[in-house]
Design a protein around this ligand. Sequence first.
Ligand code: PLP
Length: 237
Amino acid sequence: MGDRREDLAAALAEVERRIGDACRAAGRSRSEITLIAVTKTYPASDVRLLAELGVSHVGENRDQEAAAKAAECAGLGLTWHFIGQLQTNKVRSVASYAHMVHSVDRPRLVDALGREAVRAGREVDCLIQVALDAEPGEGGAGRGGAAPQEVPALAGLVAKTEGLRLRGVMAVAPLGEDPSAAFARLRAVAERVREEHPAADVISAGMSGDIPQAVANGATHLRVGTALLGRRKPFVR
Ligand SMILES: *Cc1c(COP(=O)(O)O)cnc(C)c1O
């Protein structure tokens, strides 16, 4: 068995090299970009090792798993990102540990998140998740997301909801399409949001497979799982 710490350190160095290359190609500075380690399906011990290696942002997509890891890793000073589809019955829990929710995609969720954030005495950063699929309606394999034309109204709702802070937009590149084209559409949506809400300057885009395309299209937050931690078991999402 290899040493997990060494494996993670090597993977992190390789991801940093890729981000650096992408920044150089796009004429951007590495400091404009936040790397979020997506640790879903991996244990809290990995989160701890990544924290020791200098990672300070962690992403999770299921509440039960995220809540347990956030509790186990309390005291490490980590910023927790909730990046998965969010049911309203999980909102109370998520609002208790998440600093940023990337998957805000409907008014009912905004109301529930605001209510629970206030109850918890917290302010939760919110990104509007945008469905980038060519055919509207389906959020692409149930991945969720608001249609681009719904985003300005939803952003306005978040901005005026107590307990929430509108920070920007998030998307997952649809399968079977050039990620550059999809991320260019996301950037246009982001610019429209920023016209009305200048502080909402976050673009969460880019995963292990499409880092350069995301950086070239203005991504500020990358959500990287596989390239850091390895392939997840196929039966777990
Ligand atoms: C799992 C996940 C990621 C990370 O994907 P990788 O391809 O493993 O880097 C990013 N974003 C979301 C929403 C995810 O669910």
